[in-house]
Design a binder for this molecule. Structure first.
Ligand code: 6PG
Length: 236
């Protein structure tokens, strides 16, 4: 189990967590660009990050040196209100700062999710050419109340994937396909942050942090984060 859970960064409110994560994300991005001339960021879907992305959009960032990717996506087109791509474009990327060539949404293929996932894996491997895993400067992750992260849901096939970076994932409990980075492709990040807000996450967080290692049931245990950003009411 990740040692970072012994030192979560706690906040009284979700708003304070979101403010802190936006500022910390901006710092990591600026550092990456200063050191390597580029920042590669993988974004989470869900509701917690929305405000973070709105705040990050207001930061003074080297926008034309940042590449934005998605850690997971729903099997919907980008005009759907369920689309993580749509959510990020409406919150973070609404400015014209970012060249379209630096925005890498998941190549959703609603009728053939396997084809869509293969296409995105090709994009990732092309961008990180010569690397064994994606070199994220920052990857943001949410925690579901069932202890999933990205679209690595309990009991699903993607949890077993050790070679592929990005896969389609049939989620029986939701009767739908999802798209997701695999655990190895998440764990290669320099900064891997879980964002956990609200008492509804307390039980899941307790299970993920427990000494009982059961990643099929608690998929977030597959991840070795570098930081946990949590609200006090989410703390087990
Ligand atoms: C998604 C996310 C998912 C999310 C968690 C937590 O596509 O929904 O990637 O993994 O991060 O479900 O979501 P909340 O932030 O809404 O609690």
């Amino acid at each position: 189990m990740s040692t970072s859970n012994k030192h979560p960064i706690s906040f009284e409110t979700t708003a304070e967590l979101q403010q802190a994560v936006a500022l910390a994300s901006a710092n990591v991005i600026r550092e990456a660009v200063n050191e390597r001339g580029i920042a590669n960021v993988s974004l989470s879907g869900g509701s917690t990050p929305r405000r973070i992305y709105q705040l990050l959009a207001e930061e003074d960032l080297p926008w034309d040196q940042i590449h934005w990717f998605w850690g997971d996506e729903r099997n919907v087109t980008s005009d759907s209100d369920q689309s993580n791509e749509r959510m990020v474009r409406e919150t973070l990327l609404r400015h014209q700062h970012t060249p379209e060539s630096h925005i890498h949404p998941v190549t959703v293929d609603v009728d053939q999710p396997a084809i869509g996932a293969q296409a995105y894996e090709k994009i990732l491997r092309g961008h990180f050419l010569g690397h064994d895993t994606p070199e994220w400067d920052l990857i943001l992750l949410g925690l579901g109340d069932d202890a999933h992260t990205a679209s690595l849901f309990p009991g699903t096939k993607a949890l077993q994937e050790k070679e592929r970076w990005f896969v389609e994932n049939w989620v029986e409990q939701m009767n739908t396909f999802r798209y997701t980075l695999t655990a190895p492709a998440i764990n290669s990040g320099r900064n891997i942050w879980f964002l956990v807000a609200g008492e509804g996450k307390r039980e899941a967080l307790g299970n993920v942090w427990s000494e009982q290692y059961a990643p099929t049931e608690y998929p977030s245990q597959l991840i070795s984060p570098t930081a946990w950003y949590i609200t006090r009411d989410a703390k087990p």
